[in-house]
Design a protein around this ligand. Structure first.
Ligand code: UDP
Length: 253
């Protein structure tokens, strides 16, 4: 049963023992699992479970641009389609893509574009379809992370991976990786993404209230979490190839 019903939030976001409502320490990220190569009809794909979030990403391209007028003669384009399934949230979501989904699609495009060599693919498009099957806060960050993994799985040349996480503040304390309830009932939410090749933030949004020292500390917390997330992405990518090797070796013996 969700903790938020009819927009009534719990008064406290920390338990008596000082832990967060889901039992985490302030700077602990939720459990994350990632797998690549999960959709056979896509050029590349990935699946992610991040706490209660469950998200698929599928990549196609480089391929012809439809509608044609969107094609650019001097470079390729990246198109991202973030969608939330109607059953992915407690209150039914309208099936048609809304303003929020269009905004998040645009944000994820901006996060991923810097790592691609679009200038090498004039007149074509890379398309990334993201389907959120279950949502519990931080889906734009989780989607960016899984989309980068799907692009890598598709063999698209990339300067580096991209990882993302939200940090923020609840009940006066700084925390890492906000859950849905912390996102809604907390004081501040800062989704960030990093492009690893230059270690620059390709996403920094800010919703809420915190002072400059808290902002600096939050960004340092984000960097630690982003490093953890990168390791999980790399492990997911490598495990596809180690599994293939193990299967081949098993077949030969
Ligand atoms: N959410 C919802 N209904 C909606 C949109 C969002 O219940 O129509 C929930 C969902 O769990 C989402 C959370 O609110 O993860 C926070 O949404 P936000 O727009 O802040 O984006 P996110 O944190 O997912 O990137």
């Amino acid at each position: 049963m969700p903790l938020i019903i009819n927009d009534v939030y719990p008064k406290k976001l920390f338990r008596e023992d000082g832990k967060r409502l889901d039992g985490r320490e302030n700077n602990e990220i939720r459990p994350i699992k990632m797998k690549v190569g999960v959709i056979s009809n896509a050029d590349g794909s990935a699946y992610l479970e991040w706490g209660n979030n469950k998200i698929y990403a599928a990549v196609y391209g480089p391929r012809e641009v439809h509608p044609h007028h969107l094609a650019k003669p001097d470079k390729g384009i990246l198109r991202v389609f973030y969608r939330m399934a109607t059953f992915s949230v407690f209150e039914r979501k309208r099936p048609a893509p809304g303003r929020r989904e269009k905004e998040i699609s645009m944000i994820i495009t901006d996060c991923l574009e810097p790592v691609l060599f679009l200038e090498l693919y004039p007149g074509t498009a890379f398309e990334v379809f993201i389907e959120v099957m279950d949502a519990d806060g931080g889906t734009r960050c989780a989607s960016t992370t899984v989309a980068a993994l799907a692009l890598a799985d598709a063999g698209v040349p990339m300067r580096s991976l991209v990882s993302a996480v939200a940090v923020g503040k609840i009940d006066g304390q700084l925390i890492t990786d906000l859950s849905g309830i912390e996102d809604k009932a907390g004081e501040a939410d800062l989704p960030c993404a990093i492009t690893w090749f230059n270690e620059e933030l390709s996403l920094l949004q800010f919703d809420g209230d915190m002072d400059l020292d808290e902002l600096n500390e939050s960004l340092a917390n984000a960097k630690t979490a982003l490093n953890e997330i990168l390791q999980i992405q790399l492990k997911a990518l490598k495990s596809k190839y180690t599994t293939i090797l193990e299967e081949q070796e098993g077949g030969e013996s």
